[in-house]
Ligand binder design. Structure first.
Ligand code: CU
Length: 317
């Protein structure tokens, strides 16, 4: 998704600015300039730039709380994403780092379940979705103040998750402005439920600001993938195959497919908590797509949500 919604936001902010200008009482030249400026500034959602490459993030040390637009640019050679986590109150970056390293060491023995210990000290807090090299994605989120980390779970060609190669970022969210900017105007909405994508709109080609609400009781995500020479049924079969036991390589051939999955990252938003709403800009063209939630459910033997119903195929003509 190379293009941005900046132009639209400028238009929206402009419209709000004009509306406020029309609605606010005018007192001629007696209004001090500072006061007159406040409504326009409060209506702007600040943009935070996040960069990704092999294997690190760039992000400002501090980010203002409240509604922010996260503009994620992949400057690398591999796909990257930025799953954000908000550390529980009192948890330091050092404590997170220690827990994270212990979890990574436990993966060969415990498998993906080792990551649940990270969730004991942090909450999944959304973030930009998988993004292919040279491309960008935008999400708008309401950030609570606190200590945050970014993780890239995507794997290198050897199957090692990027976060194990140092792809961890950190930032602090400071208290938000007294007057919140207005939420972005969405053209479509979708809900993430237990365990289904609910009220999925008819996606159209071109740009759509999609409002995404987690109406379930578990964290969920919405990852959009474009299919390249594979059917949705075939992809489902591959993704829902049980993973090999921890520490074991996948069984040798005959493969359904070898090498990287024949899919392309097409936007979405990383996992966030129940009751929260966020926005993501989709820019889709003609083709076959699926929406997937890869989060696993501790209540269902760690089965990925995609096997419980969070796998939705659609076509754009
Ligand atoms: Cu889910």
């Amino acid at each position: 998704m190379k293009t941005s919604v900046l132009a639209l936001v400028i238009v929206v902010v402009g419209v709000i600015g004009v509306a406020l200008f029309l609605v606010l009482p005018r007192q001629g030249a007696t209004i001090p300039t500072e006061e007159a400026k406040i409504p326009t500034e409060a209506a702007t959602i600040p943009t935070i730039n996040i960069g990704a490459t092999e294997y690190s993030f760039t992000i400002p040390e501090t980010v203002p709380g409240g509604l922010v637009k996260l503009n994620f640019v992949n400057n690398g050679q591999e796909d990257h994403h930025a799953q954000m986590l908000r550390l529980n109150g009192g948890v330091t970056f050092e404590q997170f780092q220690r827990t994270f390293e212990e979890a990574m060491q436990a993966v060969p023995v415990e498998g993906d379940a080792a990551f649940f210990r990270i969730e004991e000290i942090a909450a999944l807090a959304g973030g930009p979705p998988p993004t292919s090299p040279g491309n960008a994605n935008e999400v708008i989120q309401n950030l609570e103040p606190g200590n945050y980390v970014l993780l890239c779970f995507l794997e290198d060609p050897e199957g090692i998750p990027h976060m194990a190669k140092g792809m961890i970022g950190q930032f602090i969210v400071t208290p938000g402005p007294a007057v919140m900017p207005s939420p972005p105007g969405a053209q479509a909405t979708v809900e993430l439920g237990d365990f289904a994508f609910v009220n999925v709109p008819d996606f159209a080609a071109g740009k759509t600001i999609l409002q995404v609400t987690n109406s379930g009781s578990q964290p969920h995500e919405m990852i959009v993938l474009r299919l390249k020479g594979i059917s949705a049924d075939q992809l489902f079969e591959i993704l829902s195959a049980p993973p090999p036991p921890p520490g074991e390589a996948p069984p040798p051939g005959p493969p359904p497919f070898e090498g990287p999955l024949p899919v392309e990252s097409a936007g979405g938003i990383q996992a966030f908590m129940p009751g929260e709403t966020a926005w993501t800009t989709l820019d889709l063209s003609q083709g076959e797509y699926v929406i997937v939630c890869f989060i696993s459910s501790p209540l269902h033997d760690n089965a990925p949500h995609l096997t419980l119903g969070m796998f939705h195929a659609f076509t754009i003509n």
